[in-house]
Design a protein around this ligand. Structure first.
Ligand SMILES: Cc1cc2nc3c(=O)[nH]c(=O)nc-3n(C[C@H](O)[C@H](O)[C@H](O)COP(=O)(O)OP(=O)(O)OC[C@H]3O[C@@H](n4cnc5c(N)ncnc54)[C@H](O)[C@@H]3O)c2cc1C
Ligand SMILES: *[C@@H]1O[C@H](CO)[C@@H](O)[C@H](O)[C@H]1NC(C)=O
Ligand SMILES: *[C@@H]1O[C@H](CO)[C@@H](O)[C@H](O)[C@H]1NC(C)=O
Ligand SMILES: *[C@@H]1O[C@H](CO)[C@@H](O)[C@H](O)[C@H]1NC(C)=O
Ligand SMILES: *[C@@H]1O[C@H](CO)[C@@H](O)[C@H](O)[C@H]1NC(C)=O
Length: 479
């Protein structure tokens, strides 16, 4: 009898000294979900058991399509030199940088023809830029440099283990002066904060937003700045394809992988747990598993093609905003110079269509994900607001073949100013993609993922502290 009691006390004692591993579900294996799994494994690997759900392909919006014996990026394509996490992962996994070193010619085109056309000769291009934009080009550059400098503070905060409940708090802590950027349009903001002239804003700011976000000058200044940052500084991509990074992150995180779509998350009030229901689209098999913690690493926008139903929550889980549609069309062929009023040899490598009424956002010549000696050098990527008709393509190209068409819900539609999205949707339900409403980019998803991993770490250590308290209570009983 006495022996049994001691045994029972010992059992309770051990259970609280060594808490059971927390069961975590991560939904989505893009760069956000995969890096979150990796950070959790690295920092609290022995305290968690991770299930990773992916309904489609690892990498999500980082994807490549094959053409002959090479492949091309069809989603997220370039990484800025200031993106520390992406570079850290690339180094960690011993992947090479791929830098496009070809001389790129740029044209900014609208209903009045080309507003800007760069030249093969750099010196002429510089002169043209100065002539057209004046000192505004320097002001724009120094505004971006200043912004990148302030942005670096986020890495310091995360290095120190600081985590934030909302996107706004994260930026406020990095630098208070970021906050007004979310409350002003790029059109007004670049003029007010960077003292950049209207022509520069209309050509370069708007043009970069057309290419990078399929949107115009009415988006907030922060996402506008992230977009413009791509014009300055070096850009690179991962040799072999950007999706290699999420693939390697998953491999190095020792997760249980489920190739399932999650369609419902139910809160179990009694046990304070989350019941995740999912479906394997191929076999039609359903799966229901209960978790302590759930991380959403996929956008939960109201127009999502893979929506998740939230049930039994006392406060409804808000699904905010819509995503911008961008169709990426990959073409092998010869661009028809006369469509643009140019002779064949003068067609720029990248043409930005700068009219909001134009369904084409941009057309650019692209390179394969791996440097190859010989490749078809007339591969073009068109970003458009919707799929292009055969008629449109017939006029744009002289002779062509469609390699691939990918219709993305690509990034948030930044219609409203302000920043209200939260990383914590419920007690232990986290949302990485809240950060996309500041700006959508690979690096941003990793920063969001790191923040969520730190929030979970904090939550678990406070839980542990609680269970130690319980342990003390049992000790008293024992005595
Ligand atoms: C055309 C295009 C060009 C871009 N260019 C750039 C660029 O040059 N540079 C840059 O930095 N960024 C770029 N971006 C943005 C960048 O790709 C994204 O910000 C980033 O890849 C988002 O990663 P994520 O992991 O947060 O989301 P995602 O990559 O969308 O990952 C979410 C994953 O969740 C899965 N999923 C969704 N719903 C469910 C469900 N219910 N159950 C299970 N799984 C689910 C999806 O299949 C997906 O794999 C571009 C995006 C697009 C579309
Ligand atoms: C941004 O605008 C919102 C709504 O108008 C307001 O509540 C908030 O205080 C503003 N923030 C800043 C930093 O100006
Ligand atoms: C959700 O609520 C329904 C109806 O009240 C109940 O039957 C169900 O058991 C609840 N689900 C969970 C996981 O608690
Ligand atoms: C997979 O199943 C989910 C849930 O039923 C559905 O919403 C989605 O459209 C399906 N996806 C594909 C690619 O078939
Ligand atoms: C090229 O564009 C011009 C001008 O729009 C058009 O007249 C011509 O038919 C096009 N050429 C081809 C081969 O489609």
């Amino acid at each position: 009898m006495k022996l049994k009691l001691i045994f029972l006390i010992q059992f309770i004692y051990l259970k609280h000294v060594l808490p059971e591993k927390s069961k975590i579900a991560i939904i989505g294996s893009g760069i956000g979900g995969s890096s979150c799994a990796y950070f959790l494994k690295q920092n609290i690997g022995n305290a968690v058991n991770i299930d990773l759900y992916e309904g489609n392909k690892i990498g999500g919006r980082l994807a490549t399509v094959e053409h002959f014996d090479t492949s091309y990026e069809i989603g997220g394509c370039v990484i800025h030199e200031a993106n520390k996490y992406m570079n850290y992962f690339r180094n960690k996994f011993k992947l090479k940088k791929r830098v496009d070193d070809s001389d790129e010619n740029l044209g900014i085109y609208d209903k009045n023809g080309f507003q800007f056309l760069s030249s093969n000769f750099k010196i002429i291009t510089y002169a043209k830029i100065l002539w057209r934009y004046g000192f505004s080009i320097y002001r724009l550059r120094s505004f971006i440099e200043d912004m990148l400098h302030k942005f670096d503070k986020i890495y310091d905060l995360q290095e120190k283990g600081k985590s934030f409940a909302t996107v706004e708090e994260l930026f406020a802590e990095a630098d208070q002066s970021f906050l007004p950027y979310f409350n002003v349009t790029s059109k007004d903001g670049f003029s007010k904060f960077a003292k950049v002239n209207e022509r520069t804003i209309n050509d370069l700011v708007k043009g970069s937003l057309r290419v990078n976000y399929g949107q115009a000058n009415n988006v907030h200044l922060f996402v506008g700045s992230v977009s413009v940052a791509g014009m300055f500084g070096d850009l690179w991509a991962v040799d072999g394809g950007n999706k290699k990074i999420p693939e390697l992150l998953v491999q190095h995180s020792q997760v249980n992988f489920f190739k399932n779509y999650v369609y419902k998350i139910e809160f179990d009030k009694k046990h304070k747990k989350y019941v995740v229901q999912s479906l394997d689209n191929q076999t039609n098999q359903k799966l229901t598993i209960t978790y302590d913690i759930v991380v959403l690493a996929n956008p939960i926008n109201s127009d999502s093609k893979t929506p998740i139903k939230f049930a039994n929550f006392t406060k409804p889980i808000l699904v905010q905003g819509k995503y911008q549609r961008t169709t990426a069309t990959l073409i092998s062929g010869h661009l028809n110079g006369s469509y643009y009023g140019l002779s064949k040899n003068n067609v720029p490598h990248t043409i930005i269509h700068n009219d909001e009424t134009d369904i084409i956002n941009s057309i650019g010549k692209i390179r394969p994900v791996t440097k190859v000696k010989k490749y078809d050098d007339d591969i073009w990527k068109i970003f458009s607001q919707q799929p292009l008709t055969a008629d449109k393509l017939d006029r744009l190209f002289e002779k062509y073949e469609i390699i691939n068409v990918k219709d993305w819900l690509a990034y948030p539609k930044y219609e409203k100013l302000g920043l209200s999205n939260e990383f914590i949707l419920h007690d232990k339900l986290y949302y990485i993609n809240a950060i996309e409403w500041a700006a959508s980019a690979m690096e941003m998803s990793v920063i969001g993922a790191k923040n969520v991993a730190l929030l979970i770490q904090k939550k678990l250590s406070s839980n542990e502290a609680e269970s130690y308290k319980v342990k003390e209570d049992y000790k008293k009983v024992e005595l």
